[in-house]
Write a protein that binds this ligand. Structure first.
Ligand SMILES: *Cc1c(COP(=O)(O)O)cnc(C)c1O
Length: 400
């Protein structure tokens, strides 16, 4: 293989260029688009070659649980976009978080995790890692004093997701990185909502970025996958876990994500533009009690988000006047938006968090998280914003 990066024509290239070209390795067939290597194993040139590849003395593919050229291209591209030394593709976003935890934590370690992370992440830490002797404290995303107070001598990792789902709270990643450094532990950031098009946590001092590629990296709702990005030293541990335990990324999915990355910046800009327009409009509607979107000047996280992010992303939420029935009526009355819990899709999605994504929380926990019964989340897609506004107006007409 001839690797385009051998003489590094992409040194110093910008995000848009890296999103399209980083990691490309040509086969010699003259193909322009990235090839998909749907092969589980690889043939050796000789017995000596096999021995060398198995021992790691020479690089080369052995088996697709270890390495696959299409997955490697995806890994190099997402590493370049996040500004990390190395990345690892995983079977899902949860596999990325699991692999990071299994590789870098051990029995007796302690984790401090934001209370406002993806629900399944809470289950992973509280239910499964706990079985292996890793203790977790959950603290409110924005309460830095609570984070500081929760840290113990055996704290090995801080885990944060910003902006939060669905209220768009914004954590100060530079301050959290400093806290992690002062406490001699790792800061792991789930960068799913912003993607490297809008936010690069490693540049702000985080140690590791995890992704659900299922969302905006794909961008069209086709495949499940994930990624972990960080230093070579940390990624070696994660790679070893993946090779041993197997939650690796499928080469076909890697290829879909590569195609997704090519348009990442354009899409994130469009999602953000439409979300800001809809959030601003929603604020003026009679049937609305409150809108949550960090792009709004009166959102408490606005100034920080403006500093830390390139734009404000595609997810917003709002409270309607009334309760659960009014929220359900709005959701049941829109006709363009898809009623589904997914996000990061070209198609706009709408969901009632209190009875779906956050339905498993106890009443007190849900109240503490601000997930009221009259709250609706919209993940704004790529449709014409006038049509989305008309659709929301149709929904709101059901309760006014
Ligand atoms: C969806 C999601 C995950 C989990 O990713 P999967 O690909 O579904 O396993 C993790 N974090 C966030 C913020 C998510 O939205």
């Amino acid at each position: 293989m001839i690797d385009d990066t051998d003489d590094n024509p992409l040194a110093g290239a910008h995000l848009d260029t890296l999103a399209v070209r980083a990691g490309i390795a040509r086969t010699g067939e003259g193909e322009h688009s990235e090839p998909v290597f749907l092969t589980s194993s690889y043939v050796f040139d000789s017995a000596a070659d096999a021995a060398r590849r198995f021992s790691g003395a020479t690089p080369g593919n052995v088996y697709s649980r270890y390495t696959n050229p299409t997955v490697r291209t995806f890994e190099q591209r997402i590493a370049a976009l996040e500004g990390g030394e190395q990345a690892v593709g995983t079977a899902s976003g949860m596999a990325a978080i699991l692999s990071t935890s299994m590789a870098l934590l051990k029995s007796g370690d302690h984790v401090v995790c934001s209370r406002n992370v993806f629900g399944t992440t809470v289950n992973l830490f509280a239910k499964y890692l706990a079985k292996f002797g890793v203790e977790v404290s959950f603290v409110p995303l924005l309460a830095l004093d609570d984070w500081r107070a929760a840290i113990r001598p055996n704290t090995a990792m801080l885990f944060v997701e910003t902006p939060s789902n669905p209220l768009c709270e914004v954590a100060d990643l530079a301050a959290m990185s400093q806290l992690a450094r002062d406490s001699d532990c790792l800061l792991v950031v789930d960068n799913c909502f912003c993607t490297p098009a809008l936010q690069t946590p490693l540049a702000l001092g985080a140690d590791i970025v995890v992704h659900s590629a299922t969302k905006y990296l794909d961008g069209q709702g086709r495949c499940v996958g994930g990624a972990v990005v960080g230093s070579q030293q940390h990624m070696e541990e994660v790679v070893t876990f993946l090779r041993t335990c197997g939650p690796t990324m499928s080469p076909f999915n890697a290829w879909v994500f590569l195609k997704g990355l090519e348009t990442l910046r354009l899409r994130m800009d469009a999602h953000s533009r439409s979300a800001l327009e809809l959030a601003t409009w929603l604020q003026q509607q009679e049937a609305i009690e409150q809108v949550f979107y960090a792009g709004l000047p009166d959102h408490p996280g606005h100034a920080l988000a403006a500093r830390q992010q390139r734009a404000f992303g595609g997810v917003l939420s709002f409270r309607v006047k009334g309760g659960r029935q009014q929220a359900w009526d709005v959701i049941d009355s829109v006709r363009i938006m898809s009623h589904t819990a997914n996000l990061g899709d070209a198609k706009t999605t709408i969901v009632h968090p209190a009875t779906t994504t956050h339905g498993r929380l106890g009443d007190a926990e849900r109240a503490a998280a601000g997930i009221t019964d009259n709250l609706i989340r919209v993940a704004v897609g790529l449709e014409d914003v006038d049509d989305l506004r008309a659709d929301l107006l149709r929904g709101l007409a059901a309760i006014t």
